[in-house]
Design a protein around this ligand. Structure first.
Ligand code: NDP
Ligand code: 2IT
Length: 445
């Protein structure tokens, strides 16, 4: 990097204890250097320096009372990263590992992902180091209400629209929405992923997983291949993993493995998704319980081992940096043909380079998992219209959006002489749209 090295240096200096954020920025800057060469006016206007600094970061105390009557204190965050093309949009992560570095990496990625959807949404992310695991519904409710009591001062249907992410599903969105409504006395589309009876969109629950499969299917078909008869390994067993499995199976693939943060299951007969849904969606149980019902399946402690299972397609759908260089090399040695990122930044930079240098079809997160937020934007449209589309209508729009993202990422890569590199293509296509908007809107002195 020549032009953008100084931007990266200052990000490293300013955010020294945030390795995930530095990783996400490094990956983007490395691929958009040719854009800086082509657009000196963007360099001149400081677009690159500005885009790596969040517009606003809100950090707040979240006190709540547990079932034993003891006061607990968590830390809440909202990173309002970029509003050049629309209101801040992005999920809320509830996980003990959450700190500003994780939410800044996620908020930064969200800027480009949201631009790729073609819909008018800016980039943001929020969350807390609260751990919903093992908490009662009442504890989760009290936490969500306290979290929203502060967050409500900073969000709004035309300002910032949060949604789900790790640890935040329909239950948490419900408690948060109820509290927002109580505080503000307004029924608006301030959150997405809402329940279907109160403003939610059909197909939002399925959208990230389905979208990942629509994206990878378009990619495979473009290369003369398909999911039919392929062996697929999917990590995680949450929202994204479950609906990625459902769509992969409907495309004729055999999904043989799923995981959670404790370990992974391998079912040579193919995953029985009804069993997984019952364990994860109904009982909030652990993935190892699958083997109690399915005697042919095996459970192995530790989640990284999942990448040693031989497969044609790998779909990481759990969390960041779950595939390191070593796992990537094992996947390649075992003959993997395609990797599609359902999670955000699941592959380290060294793992991505391993896939690209071995000619693996690689669908990067910003492009491949954009179906969730795209459908969130469709939920916002429906809320604004006070109307709802059918499942088929939303699903058809989602498929169309994912196919367009694939085409646009391919085109941007080709335009800059990096044919077939969708990491570069997605970063460039997303960046250019936001850069044009920031340039047009001038600098606030
Ligand atoms: P869920 O909370 O529904 O599921 C997360 C899954 O990943 C669980 O199986 C969880 O296991 C596992 N997991 C979480 N953290 C870790 C960890 N540190 N190590 C190993 N496994 C882990 O979240 P989602 O399915 O919604 O999110 C999964 C990924 O997809 C995330 O990267 C998220 O940012 C991304 N994403 C989500 C979208 C959405 O619409 N929900 C949209 C786009 C991307 P356990 O139960 O043991 O914690
Ligand atoms: O990472 C993501 O894109 C999400 N968690 C979904 C965000 C959203 O606003 O639907």
């Amino acid at each position: 990097m020549k032009i953008l090295q100084s931007v990266l240096d200052s990000v490293m200096k300013r955010n020294p204890n945030e390795p995930e954020f530095i990783q996400a920025v490094t990956e983007v800057l490395e691929t958009i250097e040719p854009v800086a060469e082509k657009h000196p006016e963007w360099v001149e206007a400081g677009i690159f320096e500005r885009i790596v600094e969040p517009e606003r970061q809100i950090i707040f105390r979240v006190p709540w009372v547990d079932d034993a009557g003891k006061v607990q204190v968590n830390r809440g965050f909202r990173i309002q990263f970029n509003s050049a093309i629309g209101p801040y949009k992005g999920g809320i992560r509830l996980h003990p590992s959450v700190y500003s570095g994780i939410l800044k990496f996620l908020g930064f990625e969200q800027i480009f992902k949201n631009a790729l959807t073609g819909l008018p949404i800016g980039g943001g992310k929020g969350g807390s180091d609260f751990d919903p695991k093992g908490k009662s519904d009442a504890e989760v409710m009290r936490f969500c209400q306290s979290f929203m009591t502060e967050l409500s001062k900073h969000i709004g249907a035309d300002t910032d629209v949060p949604a789900g992410d790790i640890g935040t599903g329909a239950r948490e969105i419900g408690y948060m929405y109820g509290q927002y409504k109580r505080l503000r006395n307004e029924f608006t589309g301030v959150l997405t992923g809402k329940g279907l009876d109160w403003g939610g969109s059909l197909a939002r629950k399925e959208a990230t997983g389905y979208g990942l499969l629509y994206f990878m299917d378009a990619y495979l078909k473009d290369k003369g291949m398909s999911f039919e008869g392929k062996t697929v390994v999917i990590s995680g067993s949450g929202n994204v993993a479950i609906y990625a499995t459902e769509k992969a199976q409907s495309f004729g693939a055999k999904v043989v493995a799923l995981s959670d943060s404790n370990g992974y299951i391998y079912d040579p007969d193919g995953i029985d998704l009804a069993v997984v849904k019952e364990i994860k969606e109904v009982r909030r149980g652990r993935i190892k319980e699958y083997c109690d019902v399915k005697p042919n399946a095996t459970y192995t402690e530790g989640c990284r081992g999942i990448w040693t299972i031989k497969c044609d397609v790998a779909l990481p759908c759990a969390t960041q940096n779950e595939i390191d260089e070593e796992s990537a090399k094992i996947l390649v040695a075992n003959g993997v043909q395609a990797v599609g990122e359902g999670a955000n930044m699941p592959s380290t930079i060294a793992a991505i380079n391993t896939f690209l240098s071995n000619g693996i079809l690689f669908g990067p997160a910003k492009a491949a998992n954009a179906g969730g937020v795209a459908t969130s934007a469709l939920e916002m449209s429906q809320n604004s219209m006070r109307y709802s589309w059918t499942f088929e209508e939303v699903d058809a729009k989602l498929k169309d959006i994912m196919e367009n993202i694939y085409k646009n990422a391919c085109k941007a890569a080709a335009d800059y002489g990096m044919d077939g590199n969708l990491v570069a293509g997605a970063n460039i296509a997303g960046f250019e749209k936001v850069a044009r908007a920031m340039y047009a809107q001038g600098i606030a002195y």
